[in-house]
Design a protein around this ligand. Structure first.
Ligand SMILES: *[C@@H]1O[C@H](CO)[C@@H](O)[C@H](O)[C@H]1NC(C)=O
Ligand SMILES: *[C@@H]1O[C@H](CO)[C@@H](O)[C@H](O)[C@H]1NC(C)=O
Ligand SMILES: *[C@@H]1O[C@H](CO)[C@@H](O)[C@H](O)[C@H]1NC(C)=O
Length: 193
């Protein structure tokens, strides 16, 4: 029988057999199954664009970002290596802080480079306006704040942004060297359902 099959068929059979037994195993395990995307209401993937301004206020009596940790060497490092900040930064439609609030950036940024000012950013954009009210995007990226434009990956999301993936471009709009306060423009492109 085997010698009548064309060359290469046997390995393909073997691979198929392995795949079938793997999926049977997963189902038989009793804790997982294959779902159809339609069952979750996932129809057509869209590409959306969002544009907003991020306000990082570190000075004054009501800062929106606070230093929560540092290393012994942080104060002598020219890049502040080791400093960790927690933020709850407003996101607005226009650069003016008084413009319409569309959400908040909540999470951490930490100085992760010893050779330039480069932050590890771990945060959620939690939207509070319009159809994305209650939905969020999760960011995990690198932010070299003195570069003209920084790209940060969008690694997921919730609500209308379930299964999201994409990227954000950040550009400093204003930076007050005296206080450290900054307004940053964000353009976000994201695939989601
Ligand atoms: C770093 O400097 C700040 C401000 O001067 C001070 O409050 C803090 O204790 C210093 N940290 C260390 C680890 O020396
Ligand atoms: C956003 O959703 C919350 C919770 O459902 C609601 O209280 C709030 O009024 C909504 N905001 C806007 C601007 O629609
Ligand atoms: C965002 O997009 C606008 C319009 O295309 C552009 O003018 C602006 O420079 C972009 N900003 C960033 C940070 O990518």
């Amino acid at each position: 029988m085997a010698e009548t099959l064309p060359k290469g068929t046997a390995p393909i059979f073997l691979i198929l057999l392995t795949m079938v037994s793997f999926s049977t195993f997963a189902t038989a395990g009793g804790f997982s199954k294959i779902l159809s995307p339609a069952k979750l209401g996932l129809k057509r993937e869209k590409l959306s664009h969002l544009h907003f301004y991020f306000h990082d206020i570190v000075s004054g009596r009501n800062p929106t970002a606070v230093r929560v940790a540092e290393a012994a060497m942080t104060n002598t490092s020219s890049t502040g290596f080791g400093a960790v900040f927690m933020m709850d930064d407003p996101l607005t439609a226009r650069p003016e802080p008084s413009s319409k609030l569309v959400g908040r950036a909540q999470g951490l940024y930490a100085s992760a480079s010893q050779t330039e000012v480069g932050f590890l950013m771990v945060l959620n954009f939690a939207f509070t306006e319009g159809k994305y009210n209650g939905s969020s995007l999760s960011v995990l990226g690198r932010n070299t704040i003195f570069s003209a434009v920084r790209e940060l990956p969008i690694v997921g999301g919730g609500g209308l942004f379930r299964f999201a993936r994409g990227y954000a471009h950040a550009r400093t709009h204003t930076f007050d060297i005296g206080t450290g306060d900054a307004v940053v423009e964000y353009n976000v492109s994201v695939f989601h359902y």
